[in-house]
Unconditional design. Sequence first.
Length: 196
Amino acid sequence: MDVRLDGVPLDIVFESEKTVGDVLKGMEAELEKSDATIIEIQADSEVFQASELDELFTRSIDSVKELSLKSVSYTDVKDIAVKIFERFSSLSGRLEQIPLQFQQNKDNEAMASVSELADSLSALFDLLPYFSFFPNHFEKITIDGTPITIFIQELNPLLQDFLQAVETKDTVTIGDIAEYEFAPRVQKISECVSLL
């Protein structure tokens, strides 16, 4: 069986490993030493979901030609989180200005901040599942006593109200949510950069 990690072929000599599960346990143990974990498993070009892993684990190593693994490290996740949190730092003050910008007919400036908020939140929501791979690092981060993962998830209903206001071009609601709801929350998230 050939094993690839993040596209790189590995030179592995199998000793006591009999099953794919044995190989994966060894790989995970090695990755943990560098604060990394496996996030995707492919056997002979078939991607296996979490619910299908039991069957894969019991396969003999002779029954699989190629095992391809993708990994992610805490450093990778942290670096992306830092970039997002830093974007939030500069965005917070601009969100507070949105109501005034609408009053001054500076709709383009206001909507540019709305767009940047949407892009930044989208990136944050995409990254959020990766926090669970590194609980030793991310579970200790709290905002006002709430774990950061829950704090971020609680933004979702607020985001839905915000998007509805954008769709209906309700500038008053857009301004209120931006200034009073998102600006303080985004600022609090940005302050977590020092905790990563």
